[in-house]
Design a protein around this ligand. Structure first.
Ligand SMILES: [Zn+2]
Ligand SMILES: [Zn+2]
Length: 283
């Protein structure tokens, strides 16, 4: 088994009635379960895949925008109260350790209570926080993971990830503007999961959030990839399958699937999937 489940396909941290959930993904290789990003909804998303939270053995956080790690602490806490007793590797950018320490402080009353009152092990020892950097992240049990620093200003440490197992490769772009080195990184991959933005919806998104002084629009345009650019990367890399995710705008009913598909089709003629929450894709 080698598959990628998209638990949440909405770009950005806000949700509203009817919207998709922010970013998290589960990569499964054999009996290994890797959570990639832990945006809001990650814990329920994992369960909906038929995976118990305590079965996740490694967590990768691509960058420190809240739509990618807001639920990391609650996820690990929930795995712990669900019977997790062995350490979990948590690999992410510098600064993730401070988040985790802060989460533990904020929940100290509950954690100490459950250790004393229920006989649980200490949650504090269950997350092994490691710093994510470019290059080989992990190479064990027939699974190799590599990271490539992508382009997501103003955040400096933001990464694309490549998973290789069973003779196949899946690449997750992470949050990134159009970034040419991704072509080489994703060369010949069986699956490319790439973020996507639809420029025609950006003004309406900024207006809906009442952030119209130009800063949000500038951020979105400079830090994310148009669906056409995702298609271009897929074409240049010659991947077998392009799946779009992290849709920006992610909750505008005027932006129909047909519009997203038409944008990607300007530059990509191969197999195309528009991601949906809970969608599982065989690599
Ligand atoms: Zn994001
Ligand atoms: Zn981001």
């Amino acid at each position: 088994m080698f598959d990628v489940a998209l638990l949440g396909v909405k770009g950005g941290p806000a949700i509203a009635p009817g919207s998709n959930m922010p970013t998290s993904n589960v990569v499964r290789v054999g009996d290994r379960v890797i959570l990639v990003d832990a945006g809001l909804g990650a814990t329920q998303g994992v369960c909906k895949q038929g995976v118990h939270p305590r079965e996740v053995d490694t967590i990768l956080i691509t960058h420190l925008h809240s739509d990618h790690y807001l639920e990391l602490g609650p996820f690990l806490h929930t795995a712990w109260v669900g019977g997790l007793t062995r350490p979990v590797r948590v690999i992410g950018p510098r600064g993730l350790g401070a988040y985790w320490d802060g989460f533990l402080v904020s929940m100290a009353f509950d954690i100490d209570l459950r250790i004393e009152d229920e006989g649980r092990c200490d949650l504090r020892g269950l997350a092994r926080i490691e710093e994510l950097s470019e290059g080989c992240v992990l190479d064990e049990d027939g699974l190799r993971i590599d990271a490539l620093r992508n382009h997501h200003p103003p955040i400096d440490e933001s990464y694309a990830l490549r998973f290789e197992a069973e003779g196949k490769r899946a690449v997750l772009s992470g949050d990134t503007a159009y970034f040419e080195p991704l072509i080489e990184f994703a060369k010949g991959a069986d699956l490319l999961v790439h973020e996507a933005l639809l420029e025609s919806g950006v003004d309406a998104l900024c207006a809906a959030l009442d952030l119209t002084d130009g800063r949000l629009k500038r951020h979105l345009m400079q830090s994310h990839s148009a669906a056409q650019e995702a298609g271009r990367i897929a074409s240049m890399a010659g991947v077998g399958h392009l799946a779009l995710t992290h849709f920006v705008p992610g909750a505008d009913p005027a932006l129909t699937p047909a519009l997203w598909e038409a944008a990607a089709r300007e530059t990509w003629q191969g197999r195309l999937t528009l991601g949906r929450d809970g969608m599982r894709i065989e690599v």
